[in-house]
Design a protein around this ligand. Structure first.
Ligand code: FAD
Length: 412
């Protein structure tokens, strides 16, 4: 039976960084990385951006080349899905019936695309976008797809819409809430992106519910909405979020509900088991200490470093500043902080000039910025978020004053 001093489950952003950080911190024990996908760890963000557009080769998406893992004695176990964890025995079981023993376990299994719970979701032409295989299936069908319905107006859905429009497809975005990006951004950002998409011919429909995917001969032909109307589509992309992959841990007795609960050092409630990345529900200081999951490369990366630190006698609690990005058309959005619970949004700059920032305040303090083609604001706004600065909204909005010039009363 195989045994690893550290077994990492999930060969994605978090898993890869955990192995990298362990070796950087001088960990000399054996490291195994069991991943459900058949390939080496790769970057996921290009999947809805330049990889979907055909502008980035898969080899360029690898987080590290194959030789890197060999040189650092990280044993890759591709195509190995872990289905059960025996925490007392320090053992996992994989779907192919193998058992692997571990000293410590780092669970970095991310999440699965949330499925629509309606008829027609299994028709050909209905796609999710989580893995490279998902996108490869989609692109293989693209030549014969003229009309694409994107279900879900979040970042991934909108990025896909932008790429597909660029490829000449007729694209409709169907969003259940009253504006796109409603769960992740303030109204000025939603309004701006909806307008940008519409200006390029993407149809954006908000406040609509999907009741089923219509099909003929096993293939999708359209999306039926709550009002009975049908949006014709020969491809549907479902981008309505993820369900964190934690069942084996919860079945083994780990605390958690939406994800698996971890403490400040990414430790689960089970002995010697850590969890990081999209599946780790942690108390985040940028969310006022609320227990949340973050779905971002930043979070996966920084939590991997925290877990590796705890495993190598260099324990430091997770306190990293959240950041995120989204590319749509020629628009580069960069986010710093978390806008959850904001009670005011200040618009800095002119959205019509296609370079502006939304600055989020809570009880008068800066908690986050969404910067569109405004890299200076993104870089300089960071310290405002770090300090939870109290700055008058008029000053934040005044583009003649750089954010780095702003001062505030630290005691306030
Ligand atoms: C299309 C797309 C675009 C994105 N764009 C951005 C972006 O622009 N910016 C940004 O910050 N973030 C973006 N993200 C989010 C970001 O990719 C994730 O937050 C990040 O990948 C999380 O890392 P992770 O290690 O938690 O999970 P993942 O990177 O998803 O890795 C988890 C791995 O675990 C494997 N696995 C699952 N279950 C098991 C099991 N039981 N046994 C073994 N292996 C298992 C999975 O197959 C997967 O390979 C995007 C995500 C997607 C899908």
């Amino acid at each position: 039976m195989d045994h690893y001093d550290v077994l990492i489950v999930g060969a994605g952003h978090g898993g890869a960084q955990a192995a990298i950080a362990l070796r950087q911190k001088g960990f000399a024990g054996s490291i195994g990385m069991a991943g459900e996908e058949p390939e080496l760890p790769y970057e996921r963000p290009p999947l809805s951006k330049d990889y979907l557009a055909g502008e980035k080769a898969s080899a360029r998406m690898l987080i590290r080349p194959a030789a890197f893992w060999d040189e650092r004695a990280v044993t890759m176990l591709p195509g190995r899905r872990v289905i059960a964890v025996d925490a007392a025995a320090h053992r996992v079981l994989t779907a192919d019936g193998e058992a692997i023993d571990y000293g410590s376990l780092v669970w970095a299994a991310g999440g699965k695309p949330r499925r629509l719970s309606c008829a027609g979701v299994d028709l050909a032409g209905v796609h999710a976008m989580r893995s490279r295989a998902d996108v490869d299936r989609m692109t293989a069908e693209l030549p014969r797809a003229e009309r694409v319905a994107v279900i879900g107006g979040g970042y991934i859905g909108l990025e896909a819409a932008a790429v597909l429009r660029g490829l000449g497809k007729k694209v409709v975005v169907l969003e259940a809430m009253d504006r796109v990006l409603a769960r992740v951004a303030g109204a000025p950002i939603s309004t701006f992106y909806a307008a940008e998409h519409r200006a390029r011919g993407v149809e954006i429909r908000t406040g609509v519910t999907v009741t089923c995917i219509e099909g003929a001969d096993g293939r999708a032909t359209g999306v039926r909405l709550g009002d009975g109307s049908i949006v014709p589509a020969d491809m549907a992309i479902v981008g309505i979020g993820i369900v964190p992959t934690v069942e084996p841990l919860l079945a083994a007795g780990a605390a958690g509900r939406d994800g698996v609960d971890v403490d400040g050092y990414c430790r689960t409630s089970l002995p010697d088991i850590f969890a990081i990345g999209d599946c780790a529900a942690h108390e985040n200081r940028f969310a006022n200490g609320a227990r949340i999951r973050l779905e971002s490369v930043q979070n996966a990366h920084d939590q991997a470093n925290v877990a590796a630190g705890a495993l190598t006698g260099d324990a430091r609690p997770y306190a990293a500043m959240p950041w995120f990005w989204s590319n749509q058309y020629d628009l580069k959005l960069q986010t710093v902080g978390l806008s959850i619970g904001h009670d005011r949004v200040v618009t800095r700059g002119d959205p019509a000039a296609r370079s502006f920032s939304a600055i989020y305040l809570k009880q008068g303090r800066v908690i986050a910025l969404d910067c569109v083609n405004a890299v200076k604001d993104y870089v300089q706004g960071r310290r405002l978020v770090e300090a939870r600065a109290t700055v008058a909204p008029e000053l934040l909005a005044d583009v003649s004053v750089a954010l780095k010039q702003l001062t505030w009363d630290a005691a306030s």
